[in-house]
Design a protein around this ligand. Structure first.
Ligand code: ADP
Length: 398
């Protein structure tokens, strides 16, 4: 019977082809190609399985290998052809006899379908990949223009800021100490220009970090003393907000370590001030340090120190633990902005943590946050880890 089916297929290929094109008029495949395909099916139905598979693989690559549209069209054509073939055969011969041998024909159609489907998905994957690469390029370009914008804006702001500071100083020299009202206005002006200078400084730092030109100097210092000095500088705002600040004794470190005191102060200040900012009145911020990665010792590095700054504040949602270190990603409600550096939840420009990460990484350290989640009522708190290498010797390049 199989031979009869094969002969029928060869004799009816033109009819099957026309019927298929009537059902699928918009395909890009032409009648000649479909006719050839039906003949190929007819010729392979009686071959060994492996030969059938090979024949279909060869056919699929030749017909639709580099053209995802054609591969999609072939998926449709093969389905229609298969249906029409079975219908035609069952009309021409005894349906029970046809069905007994149909599996051989069906198998070749199925091989063809699988091979074409593979091609459509790989060409779709290739298209998707191309699309993703182009999106990535666009994002990199956006990032570059964002960095350029920050850089230009910071430099543009510096000039009027210097003017403001200069005029404020001139007014100060001509105002008597007894003129309390004017002194109060001047103090307000000073506070504003000081905050603006910090923001401009942050913008410049961020653009230096993003363009990879941040400068880190190294000089011998005692890490615990630097942390202590930063903690002391926050005594007043912590008192004002009635938030406790505890500094646990540091573990013994291998003498002084080489680091950049100014940059370290910048990082610790940012994390401690965030601890205060995101902890409601009556809460606590605790600073402790542990020695880690002891086994990583070399001529230059004697393990690492992990400075942990924990608070009893509102916490951070798991999905934001990484995002908060990306510039401008966590700017929050615009209405909360400029509401003060230490005020509870006072939103800032969102530059602090990206800068802290840039500095810490430029040192060869790591910074990350841990929190059980965000909850203003239960206050699960957050812990920021600042892990820095204990550098005991500098190479001649520094
Ligand atoms: P901002 O200027 O907004 O404070 P940061 O870069 O310092 O910018 O912080 C980014 C965001 O990370 C904050 O807006 C806040 O949502 C979150 N965040 C930082 N520190 C804490 C903390 N200790 N507790 C809870 N959330 C925090």
């Amino acid at each position: 019977m199989l031979e009869t089916l094969t002969t029928w297929l060869q004799q009816n290929s033109k009819r099957l082809c026309d019927g298929t094109l009537t059902d699928a008029p918009n395909v890009l495949v032409d009648g000649r190609e479909i006719d050839e395909f039906v003949r190929l099916i007819a010729n392979t139905t009686q071959q060994a399985l492996s030969d059938q598979l090979y024949a279909m693989q060869k056919w699929a690559v030749r017909q639709a290998g580099s053209d995802s549209m054609a591969a999609n069209d072939w998926l449709l054509i093969i389905r229609i052809l298969k249906q029409k073939t079975l219908l035609g055969l069952t009309k021409a011969f005894d349906p029970t006899a046809v069905l007994e041998d149909w599996s051989a024909v069906d198998r070749v159609f199925t091989y063809a379908l699988i091979e074409v489907a593979k091609l459509t998905s790989s060409s779709e994957n290739a298209l998707m990949l191309e699309h993703m690469v182009s999106l990535r390029r666009q994002m990199e370009e956006l990032d570059r223009s964002k960095s350029r914008f920050i850089q230009v804006a910071a430099h543009e702001l510096k000039t009027p800021l210097t003017l403001l500071e200069g005029y404020a100083n001139m007014i100060r020299t001509s105002v008597s100490e007894e003129d309390l009202l004017m002194q109060m206005y001047l103090a307000g002006l000073d506070g504003g220009t000081h905050r603006l200078r910090e923001i401009v400084g942050d913008m410049i730092d961020l653009s230096m970090i993003e363009s990879g030109v941040i400068k880190i100097t190294r000089q011998p210092l005692y890490m615990d003393k630097v942390v202590n000095q930063v903690a002391q500088s926050f005594a007043k705002p912590f008192q004002d907000r009635r938030v406790g600040l505890d500094l646990e004794p540091f573990p013994s470190l291998p003498g002084p370590v080489y680091a950049d005191p100014e940059r370290l102060v910048q990082v610790f200040s940012k994390i401690i001030s965030n601890g205060l900012k995101y902890t409601p009145d009556g809460g606590r911020v605790t600073i402790r340090a542990v020695r880690v990665r002891d086994e990583e010792r070399s001529e230059f590095i004697d393990g690492y120190v992990d400075v942990q700054i924990s608070d009893t504040g509102i916490g951070i949602a798991p999905e934001n633990l990484e995002r908060i270190f990306a510039s401008f990603d966590m700017m929050g409600e615009v209405a909360n902005h400029s509401s003060g550096k230490t005020k509870f939840k006072g939103g800032g420009p969102g530059l602090g943590l990206p800068i802290a990460r840039g500095i810490v990484e430029a040192y060869g350290g790591r910074i990350w946050a841990e929190s059980k989640g965000f909850d203003e009522r239960k206050r699960p708190g957050s812990t920021f880890h600042i892990e820095l290498p204990c550098q005991i010797k500098v190479s001649v390049n520094y």
